[in-house]
Design a protein around this ligand. Sequence first.
Ligand SMILES: N=c1c2ncn([C@@H]3O[C@H](COP(=O)(O)OP(=O)(O)OP(=O)(O)O)[C@@H](O)[C@H]3O)c2ncn1[C@@H]1O[C@H](COP(=O)(O)O)[C@@H](O)[C@H]1O
Length: 105
Amino acid sequence: MTLEDLEARIAERAAASPEESYTAKLIARGINKAAQKLGEEATEAVIAAVTHDRAELVKESADLLYHLLVVLKVEGVPLSEVMAELDSRTAQSGLAEKAARKDNA
Ligand SMILES: N=c1c2ncn([C@@H]3O[C@H](COP(=O)(O)OP(=O)(O)OP(=O)(O)O)[C@@H](O)[C@H]3O)c2ncn1[C@@H]1O[C@H](COP(=O)(O)O)[C@@H](O)[C@H]1O
């Protein structure tokens, strides 16, 4: 499974009935609920990381990526746009990118 596969699955399930699909149910509840779930999963991943709970970190990371893709779907942002942003950063180090952002702020 790639993130692109998951993005396609989410797009497919978005059209399903909320009674039979968690994705459809979450999308029907709107961006505030989807964003709240994203925040919760991020927090759970952070807790797993700082408590060195490796198995939980793997599970929470999967939840986090899924909920991020749902939020991107609701907001109409294709994953390819996020990947293109990451791609554009490979030309420089993360520290140089951070300094450039500060200069532009
Ligand atoms: N990867 C996921 C995935 N990860 C997490 N989850 C769901 O995310 C939910 C998070 O758990 P919570 O207890 O926080 O959720 P909850 O109790 O419903 O949340 P509240 O609304 O009560 O806050 C669980 O119900 C998980 O099943 C996912 N649901 C779906 N997918 C993927 O999406 C596909 C389509 O799923 P459906 O849309 O359900 O058909 C699946 O085949 C998977 O590939």
